[in-house]
Design a binder for this molecule. Structure first.
Ligand code: FER
Length: 245
């Protein structure tokens, strides 16, 4: 199924919970930078939510997975527009009671921004290893292991993996202020992050947990950015937290 953000098609997968309830809450689940909706940790979270009685809507963002747009041209502004569109789509579904946002890494940062933008409609927020350092690193001139002059952004930005990104990605990232977004959402927040995450430092979640009005932080010891070893612990934390909010 596609959700349209103006003329951009966003690949979306709606999974209903077990039990055929007439109405139920829904969790929007968003992948990270270079990610997509069928990654094991995204699917794992979605399946766990379904088992707990929540519908899930996994959506590939602009330039990722099976959605329109190129990786080269994606920016956080385009993703923010996508997220607003997906939230409004979810709100329009007649079976949906409450709405939750969950996102991993750049998708974690995205759902933090989206929760601020649409705070009245978001019952709970679950950032997984949120990449909150992206804006500060873009301002400092150091991202993905590459250095650049933050006041003279290059046309193109070579990502270490061989893919290139438009300089517009950096220009947009420089404009984002995570602390403002945190201050604009006072609902319950569950942060889950490994202390040995190789891509996004654990301190990102520590700082967010301190700054949010109502946050719980679950540390996953000795794991990777995508929870390759202890996804079960991530899912257990979700199982424990969701029924409480
Ligand atoms: C970076 C480190 C991590 C970065 C992005 C990420 C754009 C995001 C990772 C993810 O979403 O999985 O330097 O720069």
């Amino acid at each position: 199924m596609y959700i349209y953000d103006d003329k951009i098609r966003l690949q979306a997968t709606l999974d209903m919970p077990a039990g055929n309830a007439e109405r139920c809450p829904l969790v929007i689940v968003i992948h990270g930078f270079t990610g997509y909706s069928d990654e094991p940790h995204i699917e794992g979270v979605s399946r766990t939510m379904n088992e707990l009685g929540y519908a899930t809507l996994r959506v590939d963002m602009y330039g990722h997975g099976k959605s329109d747009g190129t990786f080269h041209d994606h920016t956080l502004m385009k993703w923010i527009s996508n997220a607003i569109t997906v939230i409004d789509y979810a709100r329009s579904l007649p079976f949906v009671t409450d709405l939750y946002l969950c996102g991993h890494s750049q998708g974690g940062l995205l759902v933090m921004l989206a929760a601020a933008l649409k705070h009245e409609y978001i019952r709970g927020l679950i950032p997984l290893a949120p990449a909150t350092m992206i804006p500060e690193m873009a301002r400092r001139g150091e991202l993905l292991g590459v250095s650049f002059d933050p006041n003279h952004i290059p046309e193109e930005f070579a990502e270490s993996g061989g893919r290139t990104l438009s300089g517009n990605y950096l220009r947009v990232a420089q404009m984002i202020h995570v602390e403002d977004a945190i201050a604009r959402y006072d609902g319950p927040v569950l942060l889950i992050h490994s202390d040995t995450d190789e891509a996004v430092p654990f301190r990102c979640s520590e700082e967010a947990a301190k700054a949010y009005h109502d946050a719980r932080l679950v540390m996953i010891p000795n794991d990777t950015h995508c929870y390759d070893h202890h996804l079960d612990q991530v899912l257990a934390a979700i199982r424990e937290w969701m029924p409480k909010v």
